[in-house]
Ligand binder design. Structure first.
Ligand code: ADP
Ligand code: MG
Ligand code: MG
Length: 319
């Protein structure tokens, strides 16, 4: 029996992504419990269907405050705080721009400059009014839309981890389409998570990241994009310009305890670029990053929480 023979894999397609659960026991009912939980969470956060807790807030923009559950309120409070940081490239009120570009969906197109200006005026996170007493969220301007797409998968990965822990599971891995969270160790001591080679076949890897009980989240420009006139328009937008963020980065991977941190930090650092990010990470020991740049470098911020094994000679490892 090889170590991998002990691992049972369960898969589903949820939140528009392939979902993979790995357990060390054959347990269909536990796997169904996990997938049910993910569906419940998706129903709260989705903005790709007419009804969800977030869509209720968006539909009431410019009109009424909407009361939400305590966890959703806490998540929105955090999203606002991060979006309001000086020079933050994370903006959870980016919804009108995301809906206009439709990147990764059919009907995508480049908005006219005047459209972008109009839509950018609807993306000020200070225009989201939170009332702690009533746990209500009010979007002050009609047409505003919140979009938690940059943090929801991370949050849900942590919800799944906590659920598995409650079920006395000691080792497991959940992959929510690029957001990986792990519990304990894998078959060979640590969980092995592939770092994808940008714009290649889906199986091609730059290297392998090994973690025990950590989250690994990657956000890359090659995940969802469209090409027009030789230019690649990807799905992480610059809240200042309304265009996709454009710098030396092809992907950012975050290794952290909680997957929500990983999800938020990939977007934050993506906008900062490598130099500023490394300075920032030097002050944030619980967050570690791997950057893949357009000129073929793999830059590691530090390696306290993971090990990295390179697999592709065409990349230069900078540690
Ligand atoms: P995924 O893991 O699904 O690729 P990311 O975590 O990389 O998603 O976040 C990208 C998603 O977040 C976009 O699809 C969009 O819904 C939203 N988004 C795009 N730009 C920003 C931004 N600057 N700040 C916050 N959310 C954004
Ligand atoms: Mg993210
Ligand atoms: Mg994500």
């Amino acid at each position: 029996m090889t170590p991998d023979d002990r691992v049972y894999a369960y898969s589903a397609v949820l939140m528009g992504s392939p979902i993979l659960l790995k357990l060390f026991e054959h347990n269909e009912s536990l796997a169904s419990g996990v997938f049910r939980l993910i569906k419940q969470q998706e129903n709260i956060f989705t903005v790709n269907r007419p009804h969800s807790d977030i869509m209720a807030i968006n539909h009431a923009a410019g009109r009424d405050p909407v009361t939400v559950s305590a966890p959703v309120f806490a998540l929105i409070r955090r999203a606002k705080a991060i979006s309001c940081l000086p020079d933050s490239s994370f903006n959870f009120t980016i919804g009108p721009l995301v809906k206009r570009w439709k990147i990764g969906f059919s009907g995508h197109s480049i908005p006219a400059a005047h459209d972008l200006r109009t839509l950018l005026a609807l993306t000020d996170p200070q225009d989201v009014i939170l009332d702690e007493q009533t746990r209500s969220v009010f979007l002050q301007q009609a047409g505003m839309e919140i979009d938690l797409g940059a943090m929801a998968k991370g949050y849900i990965a942590d919800v799944v981890r906590d659920y598995l822990r409650e079920q006395q599971v000691e080792s497991a891995l959940i992959n929510l389409g690029g957001n990986v969270q792990t519990l304990g160790s894998g078959a060979e001591g640590a969980w092995a998570i592939g770092l994808k080679k940008p714009f290649s076949d889906p199986e091609a890897l730059i290297g392998v990241i090994n973690v025990i009980g950590k989250s690994v989240v990657t956000s890359g420009v090659y995940e969802r994009y469209f090409e027009l006139d030789g230019h690649c328009y990807h799905h992480i937008l610059d809240p200042k310009t309304g265009y996709p963020l454009d710098n030396e980065l092809l992907s950012v991977t975050i290794i952290s305890e909680d997957s929500i941190d990983g999800d938020i930090w990939t977007t934050l650092l993506y906008g900062m670029g490598v130099k500023k990010s490394l300075a920032c990470l030097a002050k944030t020991p619980h967050i570690e990053a791997i950057f893949v740049t357009r000129d073929g470098q793999v830059i590691l911020s530090s390696q306290r929480q993971f090990t990295f094994t390179p697999l592709d000679d065409s990349y230069r490892i900078v540690a």
